[in-house]
Design a protein around this ligand. Structure first.
Ligand SMILES: Cc1cc2nc3c(=O)[nH]c(=O)nc-3n(C[C@H](O)[C@H](O)[C@H](O)COP(=O)(O)OP(=O)(O)OC[C@H]3O[C@@H](n4cnc5c(N)ncnc54)[C@H](O)[C@@H]3O)c2cc1C
Ligand SMILES: *[C@@H]1O[C@H](CO)[C@@H](O)[C@H](O)[C@H]1NC(C)=O
Ligand SMILES: *[C@@H]1O[C@H](CO)[C@@H](O)[C@H](O)[C@H]1NC(C)=O
Ligand SMILES: *[C@@H]1O[C@H](CO)[C@@H](O)[C@H](O)[C@H]1NC(C)=O
Ligand SMILES: *[C@@H]1O[C@H](CO)[C@@H](O)[C@H](O)[C@H]1NC(C)=O
Ligand SMILES: *[C@@H]1O[C@H](CO)[C@@H](O)[C@H](O)[C@H]1NC(C)=O
Ligand SMILES: *[C@@H]1O[C@H](CO)[C@@H](O)[C@H](O)[C@H]1NC(C)=O
Ligand SMILES: *[C@@H]1O[C@H](CO)[C@@H](O)[C@H](O)[C@H]1NC(C)=O
Length: 601
């Protein structure tokens, strides 16, 4: 591999130039590319295509058996994650600004035999072709091809992205899901360093969170990742920052990563850590996926297995809005103390799921007494309204995950669902004035049609992580996540589902409502705040500042250094420009952006 590294991309470039120069027929350049990736180039077709008789304007034959499978799997997350063109949320699949340019089924009919749909299936934002990537050579081939043929490139991993950055109309996609492999290190030494950083795990780009947790546990360790079994830890998750329920104590995933291996747009494999390519290392720790190159693998610090406390508190499903608001207020009032106690997870309108690795709370010897005491007020509230509270300590993160986390959101695919979120600073929760503001926000969004019982708030900012950070190698350049992460407590969120068959005007109405929520969240968080770009409203106007704050200019420099031709470009990624909103390439998002901006002007 080491030898090929310097030799192969140039050889390939030469090969492609020779091929492209000699062959005039468009099909032939694809044949040549297919040859250079050992036959792993495929045409990409929308998930539901077998159900249609007209595809991209041509008569095709539908396939009843395949179609009923599509129907059965329509909302199945696992199936979508494993598909080369399976996107968790459909805004990545459709052309959101053009209701006729999509290939969707009526979700009400997918479980009833042969699903019904519009008459025709169109490509939407699904790429034209994809390469099933099995090695860095495939990545280099894709990059060279895109450059030689001015072909837009997209990168698809687990397909979890909310902001459509994992697909692109008219693009060639690199599908990374098959890049598998994990290695455990007792004492990892980053390349170019003479000091080791302790326990770590090297995780290939396509490995999914659930499998990563199991592998860590097999090696007596626990690792931080997201609260969904199918997120790709070393993919867009960590490159955007990466929070998880243990992050208040352990830090963000981007805080904990010690090394990336990446193919940069020039086709070269580079190692980025705190000793080599430090600018790239910083950019990959929060600058966003799909921007600086194709990450092959990342190495993450891990912790020895330790007990974890859990609080799973559930209110009855028929509580009133007022009871929900009282519950939200209680959670807001307790949040700072819970944060100091080491809890992280999710507070919500009808429940709370918190987890905690701090030994003083996650104490097996006291049989959970300290954990129960810390959660006493919440438990009392829940019980007083007929709800339930389980507060317990389990010996291993994997036990906690299997019991509480593994099955969440297994059936949420198959819809157009957009989110908006904002990082709320800790100080809001320290005063009556702040609590009042939080509750006023809840009332305001209620007036806009958002039921408080639907509230969902990740509480995963690196709240007490300072200890953990100090154990990191000295002189690390730091992350590029929004600085607001490091004094935040709640990530207040809201989401909107856009009906599958909504007209353009309906879509604009839904997204205008989302934009209003974003504005209310911004006002609540106050100046200097930011958002988590992986869970943000893609129609946010001041996106550079919202995603990265003071880091943007430096990220742009790094982008220009490693990708001077702008080979990698995605919606509101570093290097995206406001002028791109009006471009043909990004029209599927751009036309809606313009309409929403017009409504909010
Ligand atoms: C159900 C659900 C639960 C979630 N829970 C959490 C959570 O608990 N914590 C959290 O922090 N986030 C969470 N998220 C958000 C998640 O972090 C983002 O969706 C993220 O973009 C997923 O990255 P991915 O690589 O898995 O997905 P993809 O959609 O495949 O990729 C996302 C972006 O990263 C790029 N990319 C992917 N892999 C690479 C690579 N190897 N090299 C370069 N670019 C790459 C893609 O081009 C795209 O731009 C959740 C999302 C969903 C849908
Ligand atoms: C690439 O080659 C493989 C193997 O020959 C073939 O199955 C596949 O259809 C080809 N892809 C394209 C886009 O022609
Ligand atoms: C989703 O599909 C997988 C694989 O076919 C299957 O094992 C799983 O049970 C399905 N999940 C749901 C929620 O239907
Ligand atoms: C590592 O290298 C640095 C500078 O090159 C040196 O100062 C330090 O003593 C070395 N540490 C070890 C453990 O060898
Ligand atoms: C755990 O609980 C035991 C029994 O109450 C107590 O002696 C011990 O100090 C506790 N450990 C921590 C870290 O608080
Ligand atoms: C519970 O609420 C009361 C009254 O608001 C407060 O004084 C106390 O600190 C809270 N926490 C616990 C653990 O009792
Ligand atoms: C969308 O589909 C639903 C059925 O799922 C139907 O009731 C509704 O009228 C349709 N709306 C439009 C705008 O076509
Ligand atoms: C989204 O639009 C649909 C109609 O297309 C509507 O029923 C729904 O209430 C809208 N949601 C929001 C939050 O605007």
């Amino acid at each position: 591999m080491a030898k090929l590294r310097s030799f192969f991309p140039w050889f390939l470039a030469w090969l492609l130039v020779v091929f492209t120069a000699q062959m005039v027929d468009a099909d032939d350049i694809w044949t040549a590319l297919n040859y250079s990736v050992n036959g792993r180039l495929y045409r990409a077709e929308p998930f539901s295509k077998p159900c249609f008789t007209i595809y991209n304007g041509n008569l095709v034959s539908s396939d009843e058996a395949a179609c009923s499978l599509v129907g059965a799997d329509y909302t199945n997350n696992t199936v979508h994650v494993n598909e080369p063109v399976g996107y968790m949320y459909l805004q990545s699949e459709v052309c959101l600004s053009d209701p006729s340019d999509q290939c969707l089924l009526d979700p009400a009919t997918t479980s009833t035999g042969v699903p019904s749909s519009y008459a025709s299936c169109n490509q939407g934002s699904v790429p034209d072709y994809y390469i099933e990537v099995q090695s860095e050579l495939d990545v280099a081939a894709g990059l060279e091809f895109a450059k030689a043929n001015s072909m837009p490139l997209s990168i698809k991993n687990s397909g979890h992205d909310f902001m459509t950055r994992n697909s692109q109309k008219g693009s060639l996609a690199l599908w990374l899901h098959k890049l598998k492999g994990m290695t455990y290190h007792d004492d990892f030494q980053p390349e170019g360093s003479n000091e080791s950083v302790g326990r770590a795990m090297t995780v290939a780009a396509g490995e999914l969170t659930g499998d990563v947790f199991e592998f860590a546990s097999d090696h007596g360790s626990m690792i931080l990742s997201g609260y969904s079994p199918t997120i790709a830890l070393s993919g867009g998750y960590i490159q955007g920052g990466g929070h998880g329920v243990l992050a208040p104590v352990l830090g963000l995933a981007a805080d904990r990563v010690v090394e990336f291996k990446i193919v940069t747009p020039d086709g070269v494999i580079r190692t980025a850590n705190s000793h080599q390519n430090t600018d790239l290392f910083k950019a990959l720790r929060g600058g966003g996926g799909g921007t600086f190159g194709v990450v092959l693998e990342a190495t993450h610090r891990v912790e020895p297995v330790a007990p974890i406390a859990v609080a799973a508190i559930q209110l009855p499903s028929d509580i009133t809005v007022d009871t929900s608001k009282d519950w939200i207020e209680l959670q807001a009032r307790e949040s700072l103390r819970w944060g100091k106690d080491g809890w992280g997870g999710h507070v919500a309108g009808t429940y709370l799921t918190y987890m905690n690795p701090l030994p003083s709370i996650a104490n097996l010897s006291d049989r959970g007494a300290a954990a129960r005491e810390s959660m006493r007020n919440a438990t009392q509230f829940a019980q007083s309204v007929g709800g339930t509270s389980v507060v317990e300590v389990l010996p291993d993160w994997l036990d906690v995950w299997n019991k509480y986390g593994a099955s969440v959101t297994s059936n949420s695919a198959g819809r157009i669902r957009l989110v908006t979120s904002r990082l709320l600073p800790q100080h809001l929760f320290a005063s009556e004035e702040g609590i009042t503001k939080v509750m006023e926000y809840v009332d305001e969004v209620y007036d806009l049609g958002f039921d408080p019982r639907e509230l969902y708030v990740p509480v995963n900012a690196p709240f007490v992580a300072n200890d953990a950070m100090e154990r990191m190698p000295k002189g690390q350049p730091g992350t590029s996540v929004h600085p607001a992460w490091y004094n935040a407590l709640w990530e207040i969120s809201a989401s909107v589902n856009v009906p599958w068959n909504a007209t353009f005007d309906d879509r604009v109405r839904n997204l205008t409502a989302l934009a209003k929520w974003t504005k209310l969240q911004e006002d609540l968080a106050g100046p200097g705040s930011g958002t988590y770009m992986n869970e943000a409203n893609p129609f946010t106007q001041n996106w550079k500042d919202s995603w990265w704050g003071s880091h943007y200019e430096e990220l742009l420099e790094t982008k220009k250094k490693y990708d001077p031709d702008g080979l990698l470009k995605c919606w509101k990624c570093v290097g995206f420009e406001d002028a791109d909103v009006e471009s043909d390439r990004f029209k599927c998002m751009g036309k809606l952006q313009q309409a929403v901006d017009g409504n909010n002007a």
